[in-house]
Design a protein around this ligand. Sequence first.
Ligand code: SAM
Length: 282
Amino acid sequence: MTDWHEEGLYPDVRTRYKIDKVLYESSTEHQKMRLLVHPRLGKILTLDDVTQTTEKDEFIYHEMMTHVPILAHGAARRVLIIGGGDGGILEEVLKHPGVEKATMVEIDAGVVEFSKLYLSEICKGAFEDPRTDLVIADGFAFMADSPEKYDVIIVDSTDPEGPGEILFTREFYRHSKERLTPGGVMVTQNGVPFMQAEELRTSATHLRNYFADVSCYLATIPTYVGGAMAMGWATDNAALRKVAVETLEARFKPLNLNSRYYTPEVHKAAFALPPYVGELLL
Ligand code: SAM
C-alpha cells in the first residue's frame, strides 16, 4: 500500500507526496520532525507536518535568502541567522569569504543534530566551520538580549505557528533593528503571498515602524505551495535595493558560487513585484 505525506500548512489546501520511505520520525520538546524520501524530491524534512526543505529544491530558497542580502550589502562581515536548523542557510552564507562570523540561533537542538546526521547533502560541513557560532536558544530572546550587532540578519523561521509565531511580531522586529549595524539589512521568510497575504501585510506594517525601506523579493520554490514565496526586506539604506546589476556581477563573479538559481539578473528581477504582492506592502 503506497504511503502518502499530506502537507499540513493550510486547513483548506492539501498537497500529498508519495513516500518511498520514512527515514526518521520523532518529536522534540518543540515540534514533530519527520524525514521522508520522495521519488522526485529526494529527502523531505517536515516539522509539524509542514514542509521545511527538500533535497532537490532547497537550493532555490537557500541561495535567494543569502546571496541577495549579502551581495547587496557588499561588505557583510557578521551575519545572524535566526532558525535555519537544517543548516542550508548557514552553508550558503559561509560561501562568502568576507563573512568572518555566522551566528545561528536555533531553538531546537534536535533539528540541528538530526540535520547533521540525515541532511548532510544540505548542511554539508557548515556546522563544523570555524566561523560558525551555533546558539541553541529562542531567536526572540537572543534578538532582545544580545549586545551584538550584525551586518545581515536572515530569519529562516518556520511559519507563524508554534515556536515560529513570535518571530513575526512587532517586538521581534523592534529588537532586530537594535541588532543591525548602520546600513545593515534583514531578510525574512515571509510566506507565499497568494496563500498567506495577511502574513506579509502584517510583517510589512510592523517593519515600517523601524526601517526606512521595507519591501520583499520573490522566488518560486516548488514545494512551498501556492506560487512565489516572499522574502521580506528591511533596511534603513534604500540604496541596497537598487544596487546595479554590474556591481552585483562584480561581487558575484569572483566567488565562483556555481549557484543554480541565483544570478545578479535574477537578484534584480526578484524585486519586480506583481501588483497582487506590491499592494500588500502599501
Ligand atoms: N525554509 C523553511 C521555511 O521556509 O519554512 C524553514 C527551515 S528551518 C528548518 C526553520 C527553523 O526555525 C526550524 O529549525 C525551527 O526549529 C526554527 N525555529 C522556529 N521558531 C524558532 C524560534 N522562536 N527561535 C529560533 N528558531 C526557531
